[in-house]
Design a protein around this ligand. Structure first.
Ligand SMILES: Cc1cc2nc3c(=O)[nH]c(=O)nc-3n(C[C@H](O)[C@H](O)[C@H](O)COP(=O)(O)OP(=O)(O)OC[C@H]3O[C@@H](n4cnc5c(N)ncnc54)[C@H](O)[C@@H]3O)c2cc1C
Length: 482
């Protein structure tokens, strides 16, 4: 029996453990500094109180309670002693036959101590809850503060970084500012409180298509977000955010969504560390210079994929696909089969830019608006999300289905009015009306399935199939109607 030690039970590490669970050829020890797995892409919703932290996290022990060959070890990685096949954690030493490094990244403040001390990062559940509490306390204090400058500092929010995290946060904060702030904080002054999104480059959402970038810009400016492009946050002193264009913004809240670097692994040879601290791996994710240590996900960089000669983007799908393949390859190795090289299957990228709007780039085109937002939910449930998050997202989905329902009812009513106005007879077999009704029926069925079923009863593949069908017919219908 081979002993596999995985350090980091994030999106990548968890996939390896899942792949090897129940396989008696392996004893798996999953080490993590937290006792739960969580889903980073939805952290921004926790930090803006749209969902609870428990909706995006799940305990490791419960995840693997049925699999005797997977054990959890809570500990913070300290160093690697590769000559002895041992890892040291703050809770003790663990030996291994194969080691898998999957500790992801940490926030990069680019050496600025003022920013590191006073800005708020967005990497962990603790960061998200901390940010939420910070914003709420600032709003409370603002409602008691009399001076204009004092108030302004408390209600202004500056986000550094116009990537997906910065854009998604800005969208949600824009919604809060527009709809929740004035209702719940009666003295809240919308003119005074601004959300600034500061980006060093000329466009938001750099990895996405030009169209998605423009759509995101439009939606955010529509929500009142002040976007500053080609601008750097240089420093943060006495609650003043100092910008590269010479201006400064008074703000007690600076959110740092600007850069990450791979978590360092003490004890690993210097030759195996590449750009931004990422560990250099070969085509099967073996760390350069080692034959029993793998690195996967955000923590590694791989130059062997022909489509990504400069390395893959640090995304959830890359991490999960690498984790799955390393798990499979370990099994293949046990069966004396050759290991398969990694090639990234890009299923598209998405960013949610407000409560019900998103931009989605798919291999066959891009979407925006509400349909894109629904697609995003579908991808996260169907492909990105482990089944455990399904129940937690019930509410999220129910809300979206209610909205689809309303949309369809309105379309049906409009179409009826149009047929009456044009004097054409309204036929029950009208294909347009029928496709709308079909979408509505799917919507009802799925909503019922979600609200009336417990997780163990949900037939996930069938439901996901239904969802896909529903979205495809939804898109076709909205195109037909438009
Ligand atoms: C706010 C935010 C939003 C994002 N949005 C998107 C998105 O919309 N789409 C997308 O594709 N990607 C998104 N990403 C990126 C995506 O989350 C990562 O690519 C993915 O999580 C990488 O998986 P990983 O397993 O390599 O690392 P992680 O998922 O970060 O997991 C690392 C694990 O290692 C553990 N760990 C860390 N240090 C130690 C230590 N010293 N000892 C023990 N354990 C340790 C952590 O607790 C964690 O469980 C987002 C990331 C963030 C932070």
């Amino acid at each position: 029996m081979k002993k596999i030690v995985i350090i980091g039970g994030g999106l990548a590490g968890l996939e390896v453990a899942k792949k090897l669970s129940g396989n008696e050829s392996f004893e798996v020890i999953l080490i993590d500094k937290n006792n739960y797995n969580f889903f980073p892409p939805l952290l921004y919703q926790v930090s803006t109180a749209f969902i609870e932290a428990s909706n995006i996290s799940y305990p490791f022990r419960r995840l693997f309670q049925k699999h005797k060959n997977v054990n959890f070890f809570m500990g913070d990685f300290v160093r690697l002693i590769s000559e002895q096949n041992i890892v040291e954690t703050d809770a003790g030493h663990v030996s291994y036959d194969y080691l898998i490094l999957a500790m992801g990244t940490e926030t990069n403040f680019f050496g600025n101590q003022n920013i590191a001390r006073n800005a708020l990062p967005m990497k962990t559940i603790d960061d998200a809850i901390n940010l939420l509490n910070h914003i709420l306390l600032c709003l409370e204090e603002a409602s008691r503060t009399q001076t204009l400058l004092g108030k302004e500092k408390l209600v202004n929010v500056v986000i550094a970084g116009g990537g997906p995290t910065g854009v998604e946060l800005a969208g949600m904060l824009g919604e809060m500012r527009k709809y929740i702030g004035p209702k719940e904080y009666k003295a809240y002054d919308q003119v005074l409180g601004n959300v600034y999104l500061v980006n060093s480059g000329p466009t938001l959402l750099v990895p996405m298509s030009r169209k998605a970038q423009q759509d995101a810009f439009k939606v955010l400016t529509g929500l009142g977000i002040k976007i500053l492009l080609n601008t750097l946050v240089k420093d943060y002193v006495n609650d003043m955010v100092l910008l590269s264009n010479g201006e400064s913004i008074p703000a007690k809240t600076l959110i740092w969504a600007s850069g990450v670097m791979a978590r360092p692994v003490s004890g690993l040879s210097k030759e195996s560390v590449g750009p931004a601290g990422r560990i250099i791996v070969d085509e099967i994710n073996l760390v350069k210079g080692y034959d029993n240590i793998f690195a996967i996900g955000d923590q590694c960089i791989q130059f062997s994929d022909n489509n990504y000669p400069k390395g893959h983007p640090q995304l959830a799908q890359v991490a999960m696909q690498q984790g799955r393949l390393v798990g499979k390859n370990l099994i293949r190795k046990e069966r004396n089969k050759w290991a398969k090289p990694f090639t990234y299957q890009n299923k598209g990228s998405m960013a949610i830019i407000s409560k019900h709007k998103a931009v989605v780039d798919l291999p066959f085109g891009s979407f925006k608006g509400f349909i894109a937002w629904l697609l995003n939910c579908s991808f996260q449930i169907g492909d990105l999300f482990p089944a455990i998050f399904f129940c937690s997202l019930k509410r999220y989905y129910q809300e979206s289905f209610n909205k689809v329902d309303q949309f369809i009812e309105k379309e049906l009513a409009d179409s009826l009015v149009a047929t009456l106005e044009t004097g054409k007879s309204h036929h029950i077999f009208d294909p347009e009306i029928n496709s709308l009704r079909a979408v509505q029926m799917y919507c009802w069925q799925i909503r019922l399935a979600i609200s009336d079923t417990t997780i163990s009863e949900i037939d996930r593949p069938e439901l996901c199939g239904q969802l896909r069908k529903f979205f495809v017919s939804g898109i076709a219908t909205s195109k037909a109607v438009a």
